[in-house]
Design a protein around this ligand. Structure first.
Ligand SMILES: Cc1cc2nc3c(=O)[nH]c(=O)nc-3n(C[C@H](O)[C@H](O)[C@H](O)COP(=O)(O)OP(=O)(O)OC[C@H]3O[C@@H](n4cnc5c(N)ncnc54)[C@H](O)[C@@H]3O)c2cc1C
Length: 439
């Protein structure tokens, strides 16, 4: 194990997608950094499955081969289809409308841990290590010089001018910086409430034959009276994969009224499919049968956003927020990891510009403004994405009565207009939020 140094310029706390993206951006600019994580090694849990063009473009600007490898690991979902419980197509969003703007004119279906694995490989190829099993337990400003001192549970001590808080939604560093996590609608501190979303996620192997109403090459979302049922095919990368097994592996997301008390098992998941999954209300198709559950988890989440991403200590050291440490929302539209990767890439650029401004004729004021601009820009992006995710969540939730019925009917109607499709694909891709990159 490589020991932690006693000082560095940038310490990235958290080796999830946001921290890794920032590490890749700093490495590309030869800015010294250390990246640490409390875990013993990268996680394998069922979280994100959908990656959008903006994150692939951001990583591709640093390492074109990295994006190519991530794409090769996944399935290119060229459409995103919303169906109602009777399996009528409400809309089939064509991501291919983005072809004029990007070579990634699709949503990529690939498990988050596989994307992180690729990103870690590139961090290592750049000659940098990830320091696992290093939980930051306290942070204080150093009296002399613009630095923070980080203490770890392992007993290590590290000094850094910039701390990148990539430590997820329960961010310890956000608390150290005194930045509250606010519910964007109530404007109060985000906490448990009636609008919390509960859902279960599982990687399942379906029995053969798979009913044809479960697409093997694209994402499908079913809005029903009791919540969403989403099926996303994923590649089976295990050495034993082959034949039917490779084709019948799916990640499923089910909205549920209350999260189960333990990891959902096959019986729990199958009961949801039987009640409101594909085939449950159709005389034409059977309900897909689960042969095996490979992994499952349950989540409860809520919307939250910070009012600033940057904390400047009196002496001139910084805590800079990226990813879930700064924003949190439900999984609809697959935006969280995506936005975190773009935050991380943009922050690396802002740190570089800040250093250049501080070294050249610029005043300290100019340098500070660069990081403030990062904060303002990324917060505005997060706010827009949270609003979009909230709209999508309302649609996906379905529900009984006239309200949900009119919502789906209105969507069916407006998606008949080609420009609505292009606009929706553009919004989901996140391409409109990209900042012009200098390197
Ligand atoms: C069920 C589910 C489905 C999702 N689906 C999608 C999707 O399809 N598409 C999408 O884009 N997003 C999706 N998301 C969101 C996505 O998973 C998150 O937005 C993403 O993981 C955020 O990355 P991050 O790097 O900011 O934080 P995290 O991934 O949470 O990483 C934070 C890291 O910080 C480390 N850490 C925490 N505290 C400390 C400490 N004190 N010291 C050292 N290390 C510390 C943790 O160990 C962790 O590794 C989904 C999320 C869930 C839960």
């Amino acid at each position: 194990m490589i020991p932690l140094p006693s000082s560095t310029e940038v310490c990235i706390v958290g080796a999830g997608p946001s921290g890794l993206a920032c590490a890749l951006g700093l490495a590309a600019r030869q800015i010294p950094f250390v990246i640490v994580d409390a875990l013993e090694q990268g996680h394998n849990s069922s979280r994100a499955v959908l990656m959008q063009a903006s994150a692939l473009e951001a990583l591709g600007a640093l390492h074109p081969e990295l994006s190519a490898e991530i794409v090769a690991d996944g399935i290119q979902s060229k459409t995103l289809t919303l169906i109602d419980q009777q399996e009528r197509v409400v809309f089939r969003l064509r991501m291919t409308d983005l072809e004029r703007h990007t070579k990634y004119a699709f949503s990529l279906l690939s498990p988050q841990h596989r994307v992180e694995h690729r990103m870690r490989e590139y961090v290592h190829r750049g000659g940098n290590s990830i320091h696992w099993h290093k939980r930051v337990s306290s942070v204080k400003e150093v009296a002399e010089g613009a630095q923070y001192e980080l203490r770890f549970e392992s007993g290590d001590v590290l000094r850094a001018r910039f701390i990148v808080a990539a430590d997820g939604s329960k961010s310890f560093l956000r608390t150290v910086a005194g930045i509250p996590f606010i519910d964007p609608h109530t404007k109060k501190a985000a906490g448990p409430g009636p609008n919390d979303l509960s859902f279960v996620v599982a990687d399942v192997l379906f029995e053969e034959p798979l009913p044809t109403n479960v697409p093997r090459d694209a994402l499908q979302i079913m809005a029903g009276t009791n919540g969403v049922v989403l099926t996303a095919p994923i590649r089976d990368s295990s050495p034993s994969a082959g034949g039917d097994r490779a084709q019948n592996l799916f990640r499923v997301y089910f909205g549920v009224p209350d999260i189960p008390s333990r990891s959902p098992d096959a019986a729990y998941l199958q009961a949801i499919l039987d009640a409101r999954g594909p085939g449950s209300h159709s005389a034409l198709h059977d309900v897909p049968k689960i042969a095996k559950v490979l992994d499952s988890a349950r989540y409860r989440t809520r919307m939250a956003l910070v009012d600033k991403y940057v904390h400047l200590a009196q002496g001139g050291a910084y805590i800079l927020l990226v990813g879930d440490a700064a924003h949190k929302h439900g999984p609809a539209g697959g935006q969280g990891m995506n936005m975190g990767i773009c935050d991380g890439c943009e922050l690396a650029q802002a740190i570089d510009e800040h250093r250049n401004a501080a070294l050249t004729a610029g005043t300290r004021h100019d340098a500070v403004e660069i990081l403030e601009a990062y904060s303002t820009r990324r917060r505005a992006v997060a706010r827009k994405v949270i609003d979009m995710v909230e709209d999508m969540t309302q649609t996906e939730k379905g529900g009984a009565g006239w309200g949900p019925y009119f919502r789906l009917t209105a969507l069916w109607f407006v998606f008949k207009m080609p420009f609505v499709n292009s606009l929706a694909a553009w919004k989901i891709s996140g391409l409109g939020h990209a900042k012009k990159r200098r390197s």
